[in-house]
Design a protein around this ligand. Structure first.
Ligand SMILES: [Zn+2]
Length: 171
């Protein structure tokens, strides 16, 4: 298992609880039962390079079972060690809220998982900022300020790849 999961299991659990709450309040829907979380090791899968997380749709016999938020351990820990003023919990809440908003939109038919689009990323990013502003998490201002400064935010890589029948969408 990746070290983010081992060392920061509590932060991952707490951040997903906070994100559940934020998205639940903001969209009046319950996404809690629609997803699970996994940590990935990019050295085993190059397509994870330069992204913080990816959303995967887990299917069984052609039916959607749930979504999986795959956190890129190395990218997140490297990013945070380069920016020590950003705290892990706030950053994870940001990432989780973003992913849960995608999940909410995909599961309600408001967006199409198999057509990852730039517009969807912009919309979800705006919604994430809006909902996090409504439910302030300490340190979010620093996260947004830093992400705004990045020339090519790793968050906005919207290409989709097909992987043995399971379609993956980037964060
Ligand atoms: Zn996204």
């Amino acid at each position: 298992m990746a070290r983010l999961l081992t060392n920061h299991r509590d932060a991952i659990v707490v951040s997903s609880d906070i994100a559940d709450y934020i998205v639940g309040k903001g969209t009046r829907s319950d996404v809690r039962s629609l997803y699970d979380i996994a940590c990935v090791q990019p050295e085993r899968d190059e397509s994870y390079a330069d992204i913080f997380a990816r959303l995967m749709r887990v299917e069984e016999s052609g039916r959607i079972r749930h979504y999986r938020i795959c956190l890129n351990d190395d990218e997140i820990t490297d990013f945070l060690s380069c920016h020590p003023d950003i705290d892990l919990l706030t950053f994870l809440v940001f990432v989780m809220t973003h992913e849960l908003l995608h999940i909410q939109r995909f599961s309600c038919g408001q967006a199409d998982f198999s057509r990852a689009s730039h517009d969807e990323e912009i919309l979800v990013d705006n919604l994430t900022r809006l909902l996090m502003a409504k439910h302030p998490v300490t340190g979010r201002g620093k996260v947004f300020k830093l992400l705004d400064k990045l020339a090519a935010p790793p968050l906005y890589n919207q290409s989709a790849i097909s992987d043995g029948g399971i379609i993956n969408a980037y964060l």
